[in-house]
Design a protein around this ligand. Structure first.
Ligand SMILES: NC(=O)c1ccc[n+]([C@@H]2O[C@H](COP(=O)([O-])OP(=O)(O)OC[C@H]3O[C@@H](n4cnc5c(N)ncnc54)[C@H](OP(=O)(O)O)[C@@H]3O)[C@@H](O)[C@H]2O)c1
Length: 292
């Protein structure tokens, strides 16, 4: 059987890196970065698609600097998360192929301490969330073969996952800080569920494998790791990380008011996965990421 051909953007990022690493046997993957595919150019996207003739475009590229999106990065944020997503959807529509784009829990305001379903109303509270929401909206309007995958509290590989990278993901940041600190202040009033890029990659792969049979085209998915205890806080997450790496670090819980950031974070980010594709429990996902 011929392998499906997937054109993946943002190969340098956490999710794309783990998707390529874990799924490359299964698919014929063409990975493009910002040099190969000019985000501002519809023609450049068309050229890439006509050159490689993918069955699916998987968009993992995004502007993810949530705080800078509020000011210095706002234009770039909307260019990448809205305009580019729109252009990719337009281009894939021209070729009549599926377009999978990754989105976020930040499309919701997070005020409701309940599960957020894919059909719930979006009310982003910051520029990043708004740019992602508009990207979703435009993409689904111009290409009915768009699939939107929303996820939350992502951590994964590549430079963003590296222990030395200054903007490392939460897990690696905790590990790095644990080398020099014996106690850490971590916020306890934001609630969500972490997601390992490895587990998310397998979930996306299940969508790709069953697109036609299960009629996934046009659907919205909510994927985070499973959680027996419902939502957790960043403080809970930090404790589990330290437990997993056998580090005796005291987690001092604090409120978000002690960590003023340019962008407001949703207080409740609990995505309800109402599909039959289930990700592993978050503690197992974390252990696997840590190689335990
Ligand atoms: N991180 C999270 O906690 C989180 C949570 C929920 C949803 N998400 C969503 O999940 C998806 C994957 O996120 P991630 O954390 O894997 O992202 P990431 O690690 O920040 O990587 C983003 C990728 O996008 C590329 N990119 C950024 N600006 C670009 C531009 N102007 N032109 C072309 N490429 C550009 C980056 O390339 P360079 O390396 O060259 O900059 C990088 O390859 C995104 O859609 C994100 O919004 C993330």
């Amino acid at each position: 059987m011929t392998k499906k051909k997937i054109l993946i953007t943002g190969w340098n990022g956490m999710l794309a890196y783990d998707f390529i690493r874990t799924q490359r046997e299964k698919y014929d993957i063409i990975a493009v970065d910002r040099d190969a595919c000019d985000i501002t150019s519809f023609e450049s996207i068309l050229q890439n698609i006509s050159l490689y003739e993918p069955d699916i475009v998987l968009n993992c590229a995004a502007y993810t600097a949530v705080d800078d999106a509020e000011d210095i990065g706002m234009q770039m944020c909307y260019e990448v998360n809205t305009l580019w997503v729109y252009n990719l959807a337009r281009a894939t529509a021209v070729f009549g192929i599926e377009f999978i784009t990754i989105s976020t829990d930040y499309v919701f305001d997070g005020k409701d301490p309940a599960w957020y379903f894919p059909t719930d109303e979006c009310k982003p509270i910051g520029a990043y969330g708004m740019s992602k929401y508009l990207g979703e909206k435009l993409a689904t309007q111009v290409n009915p073969r768009t699939i939107v995958v929303r996820t939350s509290w992502l951590y994964g590989g590549n430079k963003y996952g590296s222990l030395t990278w200054v903007f490392g993901n939460f897990v690696n940041t905790m590990i790095r800080l644990s080398e020099t600190q014996s106690e850490l202040k971590i916020v306890n009033d934001q609630h969500g569920i972490p997601t390992s890029c490895i587990d998310l990659s397998f979930a996306i792969s299940e969508i790709i494998e069953n697109i036609e049979e299960r009629e996934y085209v046009g659907q919205f998915f909510h994927f985070s790791n499973s959680s027996k205890e419902g939502s957790i806080t960043w403080a809970d997450f930090a404790r589990e990380i330290f437990y997993s790496i056998w580090k005796n670090i005291q987690v001092i819980e604090c409120s978000s008011n002690e960590y003023i950031t340019k962008a407001k974070r949703p207080e409740w980010s609990i995505l309800k996965n109402n599909s039959s594709i289930i990700l592993l429990d978050w503690k197992i996902g974390l252990a696997r990421y840590l190689g335990k």
